[in-house]
Design a protein around this ligand. Structure first.
Ligand code: CA
Length: 239
């Protein structure tokens, strides 16, 4: 699966069903309340009452986020679960700690939790934190896989592929290079010479109208999502 498809699916999943969240908490009142609010916000929620069950669920469900209580019954407390998860996964983790346990929060963040919430907490605050962390982790996934989004267009620089609304569109190598060059300079009016130098090479000698031909092809292939404007007397600008 290419990175852009993965990313598109992740975004689609997050906007349609919110993704799946695992709540690891032995106090069923807290777990049920948090589940109810997260379900209402569109997430599919699974609960685990101890560490072993939590690790099992994470292996089989591949959640987009884990909410993890530190004080758990059995051999594995929240710290152990967090360490074990971090050994193999970068799933976002929010730890739940008691008000008095500042040390828990510090240790939790040191061993790889992304955020913490102090009990008792407002379920609305929990939902807001979950949303914020998922937004952040999606952005990180985008930058690490070098993906550019322009309206309904997704450009995957590593795979050198382009999709419109999730469907791959074939571009020539030159068209792709021109698209990436202009997409990385959104809002800047670029001269035909700058575009030739950037997308072709500094040594390219030729007719600047070549750029016009390629821009026309990009507009045709990528549709209305690509707002390349002609800047009279200069060249082009992507808005
Ligand atoms: Ca507990």
């Amino acid at each position: 699966m290419t990175a852009y498809v993965k990313c598109a699916r992740l975004l689609e999943k997050m906007s349609s069903d919110g993704g799946s969240v695992i709540i690891v908490e032995d106090d069923s009142n807290i777990a049920d309340l948090a589940s109810a609010y997260l379900s209402k916000a569109g997430y599919s929620v699974r609960q685990a009452g101890d560490g072993a069950r939590a690790l099992d669920l994470c292996r089989t469900q591949n959640p987009c986020l884990v909410i993890l209580d530190i004080g758990l019954p059995g051999d594995l407390d929240g710290f152990e679960v967090c360490r074990t998860l971090r050994a193999t996964s970068d799933v976002p983790i929010i730890i739940l700690t008691a008000r008095s346990d500042e040390i828990d929060r510090i240790v939790g963040l040191e061993i790889g939790a992304d955020d913490y919430i102090v009990k008792p907490f407002s379920p609305r605050e929990l939902v807001a934190r979950v949303k914020a962390i998922l937004r952040r982790s999606t952005r990180m996934a985008d930058s690490s896989s070098r993906i550019i989004h322009i309206n309904d267009i997704t450009i995957d620089m590593d795979a050198r592929s382009v999709a419109v609304s999730g469907s791959e569109v074939h571009l020539t190598s030159r068209e792709f290079d021109l698209l990436v060059f202009i997409a990385m300079r959104r809002g800047v009016a670029l001269s035909r010479r700058q575009l030739l130098n950037g997308a072709w090479s500094n040594s390219w000698i030729g007719d600047e109208r070549t750029v016009d031909v390629h821009v026309r092809q990009l507009r045709k292939k990528l549709g209305d999502g690509l707002n390349i404007h002609t800047v009279w007397g200069v060249g082009y600008r992507l808005d």
